[in-house]
Design a protein around this ligand. Structure first.
Ligand code: NAD
Length: 439
């Protein structure tokens, strides 16, 4: 196929085009009494939570998550936390602690400083960097538990100096994974609510009788969570619209087909909608990776999910040369890009769009997912063209500082008055003129 066709294949569908499986849609029709797209359902949930507060959260948690709550049941209690500590394997807790430490160190290095600078005649300009007052973290938990996502959201927020961090996790039979609770406590999360899906996002965006309104919502989730974040954006800020996981591996003839196939599958097992792509200039390697992937897939506990993902979004592309491979990789703008080549740092300058780049045979994607330190909440669906990885600045905002002396203002008065009057804003011009005339 031609280059245009390949580029089409590598370009992701937007969120509005992703549809629910017929099975989920049928189940939802039974639950809600009418057939709705995911976007329609999310709009209804968000609107209801905004109007009715806790009552709507309780209703949707009952209908969707099959858990019956009173408002006082939302919050994780001290007793639940203590039970989690008892149930936890100390070796896992220790690995989580090490991972959190690496994430903290890395994000501390990202922390921007406020600054001030002197200009003409004693005037001062600058920028204050101010942490957000309250943020809400969504930690997915429908089909799997993600203590690593707790670390990746809460640690940067805490490094940023956020006033209060709250968290939402879907209840599985009313319970939360112990490691999710332990990781949250250790990272400084103050309140953990057992609420999931669109109702959790809406509750944080608008506040309810028992849940405080936040200034920003971060964290990944399924289609309902993501569409809800899109729906509440503007009332609160959001980090990004994170969709199903993706890996794109750029490989040359030196790449190990066993490693390459393993790395493809590491994403495929996430989600039937996940995508795993290899682009290589070596047709022989392409053949070997395809065979190896088939072999490894058969042995995976989550092979059904991985197979569905590979069938739908698995791709091995043979490019004419490595420059064409890099062009294709940038068109795809993947969440994770691996460079499995003899000299990966030589290709790094050609990476234009990727959430995170992993260089060389010993930097597989799960290293970044769990441990190295950089964040694993990354832009997906081609949005790496304009979104950045979650970072400390996600939890901070910038305020400009302006201070002029009278002589400094007098020097520039004419220009300002001229510009204000050109825009027909006489009061603006007056505010400058009266200060000049005081001289
Ligand atoms: P989730 O927490 O995102 O979703 C569970 C919630 O969705 C439930 O509590 C429920 O309220 C709602 N829901 C489920 N079915 C529904 C339906 N039919 N109608 C309305 N609402 C419904 O957990 P999940 O489903 O396991 O999804 C997790 C997602 O997060 C996956 O796609 C995974 O790949 C992604 N993820 C991404 C990252 C990342 O860093 N990018 C990390 C971890 C997970």
């Amino acid at each position: 196929v031609g280059e245009y066709a390949i580029e089409k294949m590598l370009t992701k569908a937007s969120f509005d085009e992703v549809e629910l499986s017929p099975k989920i849609r049928e189940a939802n029709k039974k639950t809600f009494g009418r057939d709705m797209t995911a976007a329609e359902l999310v709009r209804q949930i968000v609107g209801d939570v905004r109007r009715e507060g806790d009552a709507a959260v309780i209703r949707y948690t009952h209908l969707i998550d099959r858990v019956d709550y009173k408002p006082e049941d939302f919050l994780v209690t001290e007793a639940e936390y203590e039970a989690a500590e008892k149930a936890a394997d100390p070796a896992v807790v220790e690995s989580l602690r090490k991972a959190a430490e690496n994430v903290r160190r890395y994000h501390q290095e990202q922390k921007p400083n406020s600054w001030m600078t002197y200009r003409e005649k004693g005037s001062i300009l600058g920028q204050s960097i101010i942490p957000l007052d309250r943020v809400g973290i969504y930690v997915p938990g429908g089909t799997a538990a993600y203590p690593s996502s707790v670390i990746m959201n809460a640690v940067p927020a805490s490094v940023a100096g956020v006033g209060e961090i709250i968290m939402m996790v879907p209840p599985k039979n009313g319970k939360i994974n112990p490691y999710v609770l332990i990781a949250a406590r250790a990272a400084g999360v103050k309140k953990i609510y057992k609420i999931g899906g669109a109702q959790a996002i809406a509750a944080m965006a608008f506040g309810t009788e028992t849940i405080p309104r936040v200034d920003k919502i971060t964290g990944p989730g399924n289609i309902f969570v993501t569409l809800a974040k899109k729906e509440v954006y503007g009332h609160v800020d959001i980090d990004m619209l994170a969709g199903p996981s993706e890996i794109l591996i750029v490989a040359d003839k030196t790449a190990d087909p066993v490693y390459t196939a393993a790395d493809m599958l590491s994403q495929a097992e996430h989600d039937p909608l996940a995508s795993s792509i290899v682009i290589t200039d070596d047709a022989e390697l392409a053949e070997k990776v395809a065979k190896e992937a088939e072999k490894q897939l058969a042995a995976l506990p989550r092979r059904e999910i991985a197979q569905a993902s590979i069938d739908r979004n698995g791709l091995i592309v043979v490019a004419d040369d490595m420059m064409q491979a890099m062009r294709f990789a940038n068109v795809s703008a993947p969440e994770h890009m691996e460079l499995l080549t003899a000299q990966p740092f030589q290709l790094l300058p050609y990476v234009r769009h990727a959430g995170a780049v992993f260089l060389g045979a010993y930097s597989p994607e799960p290293l970044g997912d769990y441990f190295a330190g950089p964040n694993h909440v990354l832009p997906t669906g081609g949005t790496a063209r304009y979104y950045s990885v979650l970072n400390v600045e996600t939890f901070m905002k910038r305020t400009s500082i302006i201070s002029y002396t009278q002589p400094a203002l007098s020097d520039v008065s004419e220009d300002i008055i001229r510009l204000a009057e050109t825009e027909g804003l006489q009061a603006h011009a007056n505010a400058i003129r009266i200060r000049r005339e005081q001289k």
